[in-house]
Design a protein around this ligand. Structure first.
Ligand SMILES: C[S@@+](CC[C@H](N)C(=O)[O-])C[C@H]1O[C@@H](n2cnc3c(N)ncnc32)[C@H](O)[C@@H]1O
Length: 506
């Protein structure tokens, strides 16, 4: 029996054999380590007596068990409730110490609470991740598999109450620091009182609004986000009015056209009655408000922590390209914001931003000191690459919008322009191997993959998928691998062209 097993055995014995019924009794048993500080209350829940005792407990015999619990990333849980509770205690202490010492406000749910978590140093960030993982795992264990599945299948009702709040603009119907009755809200937003009450009382179970006295509604931090944050308002609107109906039709879309790689056959098309007629972008192109809302929603997502352009700028070796005055082609590069940043850092590099004609036409004027090194060019990335002999062909947030059929074509369309040694660099999500991330992080990226399926019949890809994509595109590509900068949600995927030298001058 190794040390960890021994620790676990004594820990378990102490935990389960003691009839812990009161704090006094528990205190008398403090030599038993974990059990001594874990109090089983009359209602059966477990609690920690106080922080001093907990701290001394944390400094004694069960450290290895706690450390093991901290390292558990996913379903292969310790199944040890006390170890999870101890992890939560230990990591929460670290987090709270940091918040206190750095003068940050404590997190809260009331209307005046901070709406975002402050930026954390790496070790405290880890503590926060452990708390998120351990509280979820402990909750899942306590609820149990059957009840977890039962209520998970009802999760779309969270979207329903959120949809009503979004649609009737309820969060904006009364000032954040005042209150309103259900009747007043009903009158203001034009929805009957019975429905206002049921939607809001459901949302309150998710801490969006609360009812300080019967019939009176007040804001919480959650409802304040909906009332004040325009970007989150757009995000919620896009999710509940565009994605949610499309998600509910995705299996139907697959039934209609199994294994389709066509963006005109996605769940979004079923929910918009556009199957085999047009892809999502064309539908949005006809509806300015929906297009604007999606743009704002995407900006709110990709403007968030872990998506900063600086990760790409800081984690690729641009210096050799700059040294020789090399050229980068930013394919689908929007208004060229990435090239602008790069141009400011590297004085010799040249850039061509390729985009749809309307995007090129609306590109903003560039600063004088970089303007002569950045050119815009109308080009459809589904057709042959016109810029020959560039050093880097760059795709940021492009390939994940396309199924393999279209992504393969986009890579092959580069070939007639490629010189030997040219690099193809992709900046996109990269699906991790199962279990390599916390469940929280893995869920976000796997959800993104489902969204790409739902909206466009497209996909996120793993490192293996990217490698396969290049191999299938042409054996002149040599896959160089995937790098994910620390703290970044996106990865840098790279291949080099070693086939025939087609490149002329860039
Ligand atoms: C998700 S955005 C990515 C923009 C930019 N690369 C970034 O990092 O934010 C996709 C871009 O591809 C452009 N686009 C869509 N279809 C295109 C096409 N067929 N050819 C060229 N660009 C296209 C869009 O206008 C849009 O700017």
């Amino acid at each position: 029996m190794d040390k960890l097993q021994r620790t676990r055995k004594s820990f378990s014995a102490a935990s389960w054999s003691l009839p812990l019924r009161s704090i006094n009794q528990t205190r008398q048993t403090r030599n038993f380590g974990a059990a001594a500080v874990a109090v089983e209350k009359e209602n059966g829940s477990l609690d920690i007596i106080n922080q001093n005792e907990a701290t001394s407990f944390l400094q004694t015999g069960t450290r290895s068990l706690i450390e093991e619990a901290s390292q558990v990333k996913r379903g292969s849980s310790t199944n040890n409730l006390i170890a999870l509770a101890a992890t939560i205690m230990k990591e929460t202490q670290t987090l709270q110490n940091f918040l206190q010492e750095s003068g940050n406000e404590m997190p809260g749910l009331d209307v005046d609470a901070p709406l975002d978590f402050p930026k954390l140093p790496e070790n405290v960030k880890k503590s926060r991740e452990h708390i998120i993982r351990a509280t979820k795992e402990l909750g899942d264990l306590i609820i149990g598999p059957t009840e977890s599945v039962r209520w998970m299948a009802w999760d779309h009702n969270d979207s329903l109450s959120l949809h009503a709040i979004y649609h009737y603009k309820i969060a904006k119907s009364f000032p954040v620091n005042s209150t309103a009755t259900f009747a007043e809200i009903a009158e203001k937003v034009g929805l009957d009182e019975v429905n206002v009450k049921r939607f809001l009382r459901h949302a309150m179970t998710n801490r969006i609004f609360h009812e300080p006295s019967p019939g009176v509604v007040a804001h919480t931090a959650g409802s304040r986000v909906l009332a004040e944050n325009q970007a989150m308002d757009a995000w919620v609107g896009f999710c509940v009015e565009d994605i949610w109906p499309a998600s509910s039709q995705t299996v139907k879309a697959i039934e209609l056209n199994p294994s389709s790689s066509e963006p005109t056959q996605a769940g979004f098309c079923v929910s918009n009655d556009t199957v085999n007629k047009e892809p999502m972008f064309a539908t949005f192109g006809k509806d300015h408000l929906r297009a604007k809302r999606m743009g704002a929603a995407m900006a709110s997502l990709t403007g968030g922590e872990g998506y900063e352009v600086s990760y790409m700028l800081d984690n690729y070796n641009w210096a050799p390209i700059d040294a020789k005055g090399g050229t980068l082609v930013d394919i689908g590069g929007s208004h060229g914001f990435f090239c602008v940043e790069l141009a400011h850092r590297y004085p010799n590099m040249k850039f061509i931003v390729q985009e749809l004609p309307e995007t090129v036409a609306s590109a903003p004027k560039l600063d004088e000191d970089i303007a002569d090194r950045i050119a815009f060019q109308a080009h459809d990335f589904h057709t042959e690459q016109p810029v020959k002999g560039a050093d880097i062909y760059f795709f940021r947030w492009i390939l994940h919008n396309h199924s393999d059929t279209y992504a393969l074509n986009m890579l092959r369309q580069l070939i007639p322009a490629l010189k030997k040694g040219a690099r193809v660099v992709i900046n996109d999500h990269c699906l991790p191997e199962p279990g390599q991330e916390s469940l929280w992080d893995e869920k976000i990226i796997r959800t993104m993959d489902l969204i790409m399926l739902t909206l466009l019949n497209a996909r996120e890809r793993s490192a293996g998928d990217f490698e396969e994509l290049f191999r299938e595109a042409d054996n002149g590509f040599r896959f160089l691998g995937v790098k994910r900068p620390k703290g970044c949600r996106m990865s840098i995927v790279e291949a080099v062209w070693e086939g025939e030298d087609f490149g002329g001058e860039a």
